[in-house]
Every structure is written in structure tokens, then in C-alpha cells.
Write a protein that binds this ligand. Structure first.
Ligand code: PEP
Ligand code: MG
Length: 754
């Protein structure tokens, strides 16, 4: 059963469009369950119906014509109940509706299972049989297992087909893909697909002009792989058994033979670049081997994949990694790393579209900090087909339009103009202080990390820097930066903002930020070796960083140090000891360094319960709501599947923040919030009510937040908070604050999201 399931899913996954995917499903199901009829009904949301979308056994011309209202007929009943319905004699069931177009007269037995994705019914898979009988438990279990895996493949095939349709030269339709809002704003530009090296599966198609050069690069790569393999076979001839060596011969023959070489060259001649042509050829061969009955032959598919990987690595070692971006580049990828983002010149970067992740992924946060719109978690995006395509990415709603029509473009142009108008309105408050109408000053600091963002004129508005993510400059190097280089980087930031304070956070790598020159592979990276844990295990790296920070502030004295991921007092004491050590050494060396204020991030739940103990040791707290939310709610900040559960206005998150602020204030220590929550106008109302002392956010959010602060008294926000405590649902809390923004005339600031 496992084999059959695997094969069906594989075939469906490689179908180019929805129609073919559904045809494969009904054919394979009819064969493997040995039934008379297999059909798929898909939900047509617009018309509130289930539509017969593919069938094997019923009349084909009924496809698209037979429709059942939601909840109507046995198909509707399956959708409504969201569970299998197994009936011995369908026509005698009270919910049965006869559909004359299908020619279904003779069938009695009925088994329908829902096709569900992330809690939403997409359709119903139905099998029928002439005789009166209940389907057996194994048959039902097989279909349930299959349907559970089909949902993703169906959506993917649908998106793929829509895109293929939209990309036809004469097409005047656009394909729309739905993801999650990542960073607000609207981007219009051309897709540049980025992918990790030596991974054939994610290579996009790319149009080329110099076909001869491409063929030559491919031939060179194949020759090099042949040489490598011959060398290897020679070295291994005395160690490996004869049958393994025979396998090398077979692979070598395949490399030189017509099927692999010839087919790939043909594809290059048709206009695809060598990596894309190779991906197609290897994929085709792999599918042939995988569908073989003989398990030994099936295993050979992995040898072919390996061959493909080797050739690709050779091709890639010939080609410079970074491609020349378009003037308005929209980075598109299965997973976009912070490093890939940083490689694109800021002036060419229009937007980001990622198949994975959410608004709290680091790449989205960085995009936000740079004012670049991003759409995350576009799970069904056929990334490989998008290179060079015209795209509109709507970072407010999470929509992505491929090859947008004139109508869509015009609509977005209008939205962009409205946005510019709002920015103009907001500009007027840039000179105003961040003070509530009842006189409470809540300084607004900036989150930065890129050198270029230090020079950004928007920074003139901030009261300083509340979070400088020092791992960002580390990510752009090819080794750990030394003390002098770090000194220059930090000095630039401290000088740009002096005399305003600049909070440098010590290195926070691990989790989803890994340094190319310091790879860490773990099963659970967010619960692993991350942030301060790495720094304390590598005092040589930590001390170098602290020394550079302290020296960078000489004469300016506007440095503040922030420690990430503190979970125990022991870690804090150790870090403070090392800071003292660096300070002592520098003083001995005659440097005019002074002790800066030191604070910790509160982002691990254990720290919530030790605020008093920590407060005796530090000067301030900064709440990292991005991680605190993830750890408190047990929701991975990068996982699209659970993104709906990642809610910062959750009563538990608000309760945790209250606890930190109340405890810290008892000991007279100020509390800031530097997670994305601080830049979210609705959440700012809650944070004001909780009594937060300052906020730190992306430059693009600062004017909005200042507008909120200048519009509501702290007393008003305290009253609102009393109402919020009575609400038990995160959504209800958000609605409360959104309605308050609306009533206050700030409806334009409301954004979808958590
Ligand atoms: C946070 O966790 O809220 C935070 C600001 O740190 P980062 O997003 O860099 O993990
Ligand atoms: Mg964090």
C-alpha cells in the first residue's frame, strides 16, 4: 500500500496542471481500489457548489456540469461532515441526489472521503461500485490516507496550471497566489528566482540567448564528472565488490550516452539554460526508475539524482553565483536566506516572495526594516516557472499576481498612490515629539542591521537605535569579522546617531540565521545552540565583539549593549563577567572606554519568571516579542502551516509582557519592546496601556506608531486594556484595538495580520 500511495502522490506532484493531476488521481484510484467508478468533486467557492472535476467510470461529458450545492447530496454530506461516508446502497439513502448527466444508474456502493487542507475542505474523492456492499475498512483507510496527501498536490497543480495559462503569450489573465503578509507595501517588478547551490530540484527554468556557450558549459561539466567518477572507481577497485563497480560503469555509460547528454542538449537548444535542462532530463529518468516494480531498480533513481547533483555542482562552480538583478527585482524562492537578500543591491530590490516562512521570519523582518514589501508562505508557488516573470507582490494582503493584467496593474497603481498620500500625511509628524496627549513621552527607536540602512534619511526621525542586529553584518562576511572591521562597522552606526543612544545586540546566530562560515545543523535549531549560548561557548568571538563595541563608543559614549536569548541568571552572570573582562583589558591598554548600560532581551519564557533577579544585574529590559510569542505559544515563527496561530495579541503574550513591565518597574528598570509588535499600530495601543517605556521598530513603521502615540492618552489605553483583559480570544482583542483605531480616524493604519 505504501508503494502505491507513494507512486500516486509522485505522479500527481509532477502533473503540469490541475486537469491532468485530477485525471491521474481518478485513474490510479480506480485501478488500485478496483472499483467501477472513481471521481473527484472540487469545491467552487464562488458558487457554493461541489463540481464533478474528473471521473473514471462516469460519463466524461458530465465533468464540469454536475454540481451539488454545499451540504447537498451525498457528496455535499461528506464535505459538511468532514469525514468519510461509506454507504452500501446510495440510491436508497435520504440524502442521495440523482445526477442524470453522469449515467450513474447502476451504482449502489458509495464511499466518499473529504480532501482537506489546513482545515479547509477542497473537495471530495468518491468511489462507487455496482454491487450492494460496504467498502472494507482497509479501502476506506487507503482513501483517507491518499486524500490527506492529495490536498497539497492538488493546490500545487492548480497554481501551476494557472501560471502556465497566465504565461502564454496571448494570455490576458493573471494567476493569483495566496501567501501571508510579510512586510507591508506593494512591489511591482520582475522575478529573480534564487535557490541554494547543488540542489537540482529547486533549479528554475531560465531563458538563454547564447546556446552554444551553454552547451559547452554542460559538456565540460559532464566531462569533469566522468573524470571524477573514473578516478573514484580506480581508487575503489580493490575495495568495492564487483557489482558496485559495475554500477559505476553503468553510470559512466549513461553519462556519455545519448539519453542523458542528448536529451539535455536538446532542451538547451530549445532555449532553457543548462541547469534547467538538466533538471528536466534527470527528473524524467528518475520518474521512470521510480515507477518500476522491481525494488532494486527503483533504488537506482537515487543514483541518477546523485549524478544530476554532481553535474550541477560542476556547472555552478563555473558560473558566478549572483545573477545580475533587474532594475526592479522581486526575489522569489522556496526559502530566501538573509544572505541572499543582502546580496542584491538595495536600489534594485523591489520586493520578496517566499514559498516558506511568515512575517516573523528574519528575512521578512529585514525586508520590513529596509521598507521592502514581502509576501511569505506562498506554499503552492511553482517557483521554478517564475524566473523573469512580471509580478505584483502585495505585502499587505499576502497576494502575488503573476503576469498581472492591465486592470490589476491599474488598481495597484491606485493603491500605491494612496500609500504615497498616507506617507505624505505621516511626514508631517516626523518633526513632532513622540508624546501622548496627556504628556507621556514614549521614545521611538529603530531596528537596524544593514550598513546601508544607517545612511537612510528616514532615521532622522528616530530617537536612536533600539536594536542593531549585529549578526547581519556578520552574515555578509566570509569569516568571523575581526575586531578592527567590527569597530569600523559599529563606529559608523554610533556616529550616525550620536548623541542619541545606539543599542548593539551581541551576535544572535542559530535558529534561522546561520553564518555561511559557521554552519550549525540541528534538528530543532530554535531550541538549540543559538544567541548567547554560542557566544558563551566561544568567548574568543564574544570578547572580540564586546571589545569592538566598547572601542567604537570612545568619545561618543552613546553605546548600549543588549544580550539575546538569556534564559538563566547563570548565563547573564557569565556574559557580564566577560564584558567586565573586555572593559578591564581595554582600560589597561589605555583606551578611553566607559562602561555602557547593559540590558537583556526577554524572549525566552524562563526569563519571565526571573525578572527581579535579572533586574538587579542589568540596566534595562527589551522584550523580543518575535521569539517570546513563538516560545510561549509553541508556534514556529517560520512555519507557514501554523502561521495563523502566531498571534501577538494573545492574552498569554499580553499577560507575559505585563508581568515583565510590572516586575521591572518595581526595581526601577525601564522596559522596551523591540519585536515586530512594537511597529504594529493596534499592538502599540496595548503596549501603551501596559506601561512600556519605549518602543523599537523598523523605520518604515515609525511614523505610524508616532501617530498612534500622539492620538491616544495613556489613560485611554489603560481603560482599553481593562476591556481587552475580559476578552479571551486573540482575534477579539485585535478587533477591539482595530475598531479603536478606526474610531480615532486612524483606520488607514490597520493592517491584516497578527
Ligand atoms: C525578537 O525575538 O523579538 C527580536 C527582536 O529578535 P529577533 O527577531 O532578531 O530574533
Ligand atoms: Mg529574538
Amino acid at each position: 500500500m505504501l508503494d502505491t500511495l507513494r507512486r500516486i502522490i509522485q505522479e500527481v506532484n509532477s502533473a503540469p496542471d490541475l486537469e491532468q493531476a485530477l485525471d491521474i488521481i481518478v485513474q490510479r484510484v480506480r485501478e488500485s481500489v478496483e472499483v467501477d467508478v472513481a471521481s473527484v468533486y472540487l469545491k467552487d467557492v464562488e458558487h457554493g457548489q461541489y463540481v464533478l472535476s474528473a471521473t473514471e467510470g462516469l460519463r466524461k461529458d458530465a465533468v464540469g456540469r454536475v454540481r451539488f450545492g454545499l451540504g447537498k447530496g451525498l457528496v455535499g454530506m461528506v464535505g459538511e461532515r468532514e469525514e468519510p461516508v461509506n454507504i452500501e446502497d446510495a440510491p436508497s439513502h435520504p440524502r442521495y441526489r440523482f445526477a442524470s448527466e453522469t449515467g450513474e444508474n447502476p451504482y449502489h456502493a458509495f464511499l466518499g472521503v473529504p480532501i482537506i487542507q489546513y482545515g479547509t475542505v477542497l473537495g471530495v474523492l468518491v468511489v462507487r461500485q455496482r454491487e450492494h456492499r460496504r467498502f472494507a475498512e482497509q479501502e476506506e483507510a487507503f482513501l483517507v490516507t491518499l486524500a490527506a496527501q492529495l490536498a497539497g498536490a492538488i493546490t500545487h497543480a492548480g497554481a501551476s496550471g494557472d501560471i502556465a495559462h497566465a504565461l502564454q503569450p496571448s494570455a490576458n489573465v493573471s494567476a493569483v497566489l495566496n501567501g501571508l503578509p510579510g512586510s507591508p507595501g506593494i512591489a511591482t517588478g520582475q522575478a529573480l528566482v534564487v535557490y541554494p547551490p547543488a540542489n537540482l530540484g529547486v533549479i528554475p527554468d531560465r531563458v538563454i540567448t547564447d546556446i552554444d556557450a551553454e552547451i559547452e558549459s554542460f559538456r565540460n561539466a559532464v566531462n569533469a564528472v566522468q573524470d571524477d567518477m573514473r578516478d573514484y572507481a580506480n581508487r575503489m577497485s580493490s575495495i568495492l565488490p564487483a557489482e558496485e563497480l559495475a554500477l559505476f560503469d553503468a553510470l559512466l555509460m549513461m553519462l556519455g550516452g545519448d539519453s542523458l547528454m542528448g536529451e539535455t542538449i536538446e532542451r538547451i537548444r530549445a532555449g532553457n539554460w543548462a541547469p534547467g535542462a538538466l533538471r528536466e532530463t534527470i527528473g524524467q529518468h528518475v520518474r521512470v526508475f521510480e515507477s518500476m516494480e522491481d525494488s532494486y531498480m527503483r533504488e537506482r533513481a537515487s543514483d541518477i539524482r546523485d549524478l544530476g547533483r554532481r553535474i550541477l555542482t560542476r556547472i555552478q562552480s563555473d558560473v558566478p553565483v549572483s545573477s545580475v538583478p533587474y532594475p526592479q527585482t522581486i526575489l522569489v524562492g522556496e526559502e530566501i536566506s538573509v544572505g541572499q537578500l543582502a546580496e542584491i543591491p538595495v536600489e534594485s530590490l523591489a520586493g520578496i516572495v517566499s514559498a516558506s516562512g511568515s512575517s516573523s521570519s528574519h528575512v521578512a523582518i529585514l525586508a520590513h526594516a529596509m521598507g521592502v514589501p514581502a509576501v511569505m508562505g506562498v506554499a503552492d508557488m511553482p517557483v521554478g516557472r517564475l524566473d523573469g516573470q512580471m509580478i505584483i507582490a502585495d505585502g499587505y494582503r499576502g497576494d502575488v499576481f503573476i503576469n498581472p493584467s492591465q486592470l490589476v496593474r491599474r488598481e495597484y497603481l491606485r493603491l500605491q498612490m494612496e500609500e504615497t498620500e498616507l506617507t505624505e500625511v505621516l511626514k508631517n509628524i516626523s518633526e513632532q515629539p513622540s508624546i501622548t496627549p496627556d504628556g507621556v513621552n514614549i521614545p521611538l527607536y529603530l531596528n537596524i542591521g544593514l550598513l546601508s540602512s544607517v545612511e537612510n534619511e528616514m532615521h532622522a526621525n528616530g530617537d536612536g537605535v533600539g536594536l542593531y542586529r549585529t549578526e547581519i553584518p556578520f552574515l555578509m562576511q566570509d569569516r568571523f569579522p575581526g575586531e578592527e572591521l567590527q569597530l569600523r562597522i559599529y563606529r559608523k552606526a554610533l556616529e550616525a546617531f550620536a548623541p542619541r543612544p545606539v543599542t548593539l545586540r551581541t551576535l544572535d546566530v542559530g535558529g534561522d540565521k546561520s553564518l555561511p562560515y559557521f554552519p550549525v545543523t540541528e534538528d530543532n535549531p530554535f531550541l538549540g545552540w543559538r544567541g548567547i549560548r554560542i557566544s558563551l561557548d566561544h568567548p574568543e568571538i564574544f570578547l572580540t565583539q564586546i571589545r569592538a563595541m566598547l572601542r567604537a563608543s570612545v568619545g561618543l559614549n552613546n553605546l548600549t549593549i543588549l544580550l539575546p536569548m538569556i534564559s538563566t541568571v547563570t548565563e547573564l552572570d557569565h556574559a557580564l563577567l566577560l564584558i567586565n573582562q573586555a572593559l578591564g583589558e581595554l582600560l589597561e591598554e589605555g583606551e578611553q572606554v566607559v562602561r555602557p548600560p547593559v540590558g537583556i532581551m526577554i524572549e525566552v519564557p524562563s526569563a519571565l519568571y526571573q525578572v527581579s533577579a535579572m533586574a538587579k544585574r542589568v540596566d534595562f529590559f527589551s522584550i523580543g516579542t518575535n521569539d517570546l510569542t513563538q516560545y510561549l505559544l509553541a508556534v514556529d515563527r517560520n512555519n507557514t502551516r501554523v502561521a495563523g496561530l502566531y498571534q501577538t495579541l494573545h492574552p498569554a503574550v499580553l499577560g507575559a509582557i505585563k508581568q515583565v513591565i510590572d516586575q521591572a518597574h518595581v526595581l526601577g528598570k525601564p522596559v522596551s519592546v523591540c519585536g515586530e509588535m512594537a511597529g504594529d499600530p493596534a499592538a502599540v495601543l496595548a503596549l501603551m496601556g501596559l506601561g512600556v517605556n519605549s518602543l523599537s521598530m523598523s523605520a518604515s513603521n515609525l511614523p505610524r506608531v508616532k501617530w498612534v502615540i500622539r492620538s491616544f492618552t495613556q489613560d485611554e489605553t489603560r481603560d482599553l486594556l481593562q476591556q481587552a483583559w475580559l476578552l479571551e480570544e486573540p482575534r477579539a482583542i485585535r478587533e477591539l484595538y482595530n475598531s479603536v483605531l478606526e474610531q480615532g480616524g486612524l483606520g488607514g493604519l490597520i493592517r491584516p495580520g497578527n
